[in-house]
Design a protein around this ligand. Structure first.
Ligand SMILES: [Zn+2]
Ligand SMILES: [Zn+2]
Length: 298
């Protein structure tokens, strides 16, 4: 069956890499024990259960035109999502949530609701993808579950859909070869989660928080507002970690973006581990009055 992704060499490599990164994080940041315990199972789900599908019906020429006019590839398109694969992902997600003490009761009720056809994964996905505030509240009320946890669970489902779409449309983005200058992801339109300084050249890539796509940007420009004035751009790092992790700050828009030096692009399934490794930088930037979403995006 299409959605039963067999363990592949790729997934074995990703599991091994994830394991190494978690062990490092545990050693460097013992205060993150709970975050790490939570994230391990979740990252494993994205490695093993990410569905296929999500391609857009665009020719290379149409994709190029769309990107040149500043529109992300997925915008306004009917996605060819792998719905059976996404239902399977959500079932596995509920099983994982059932093992998390703070999510267990909600996960159980949600699973009951799915089994009894009181709620459908396809509808949850459509509501979550529409990003209309409060769209999921009636479902939470009907099932008498915590709306915050339902939002979080459907957020993980949306990530699975977007990550599969990014994987499906990645080659089209490369073939279109458009210099993308927008502050959002060229595939899904999401905001950057972090910047990666890659390779010996230090080329700077932004990585999408929604689908994991990377896109090239100038080394010394605010990813949010495009500011290139050195006098209002600076960065912060933890002592002894300046080479690897830092956070870039902009005094024009008061936005911040975390930045990691990485010789190869971080696999999209593992970005969340790098994000966790920089939680202390999020806190440091916020304490100084900067925000990750100066445009007001979520
Ligand atoms: Zn994206
Ligand atoms: Zn800025």
């Amino acid at each position: 069956m299409q959605h039963q992704n067999k363990p592949s060499t790729d997934s074995a490599v990703l599991h091994a890499e994830a394991g190494r990164r978690w062990v490092w994080l545990e050693r460097e940041h013992p205060e993150l024990a709970e975050t790490i315990a939570f994230g391990r199972g979740l990252v494993a789900l994205y490695i093993d259960e990410l569905p296929n599908g999500g391609g857009v019906p665009l020719t290379v020429e149409a994709a190029r035109e769309k990107l040149r006019s500043g529109l992300p590839l997925l915008e306004g398109e009917d996605l060819d999502l792998d719905l059976p694969g996404l239902r399977h992902f959500f079932a596995r997600l509920c099983a994982w949530a059932h093992e998390q003490p703070e999510l267990a009761a909600t996960a159980e009720r949600l699973q009951q609701g799915l089994d009894a056809d009181e709620v459908r994964v396809d509808d949850l996905l459509a509501d979550a993808l529409a990003r209309e505030e409060g769209a999921l509240d009636p479902v939470a009320a009907r099932l008498a579950i915590d709306p915050t946890i339902l939002h979080m669970m459907t957020g993980f489902l949306v990530s699975a859909a977007l990550m599969s779409a990014a994987r499906a449309n990645g080659p089209l983005l490369v073939e279109a070869a458009v210099a993308w200058e927008e502050p959002v992801c060229p595939i899904c339109g999401g905001p950057p989660l972090l910047a990666e300084l890659q390779g010996s050249s230090g080329e700077r890539m932004l990585r999408c928080g929604g689908c994991g796509t990377g896109w090239r940007t100038l080394a010394n420009r605010c990813a949010h507002c495009g500011n290139t004035d050195d006098k209002t751009l600076h960065s912060l790092a933890a002592e002894g970690r300046e080479e690897k992790y830092r956070v870039d700050l902009c005094d024009r828009c008061h936005g911040y973006l975390k930045s990691v030096t990485s010789f190869a692009p971080t696999p999209r399934e593992l970005l969340t581990i790098e994000d966790a490794a920089m939680l202390h930088l999020d806190a440091a930037a916020r304490a100084r009055g900067y925000t990750a979403t100066p445009g007001g995006a979520v």
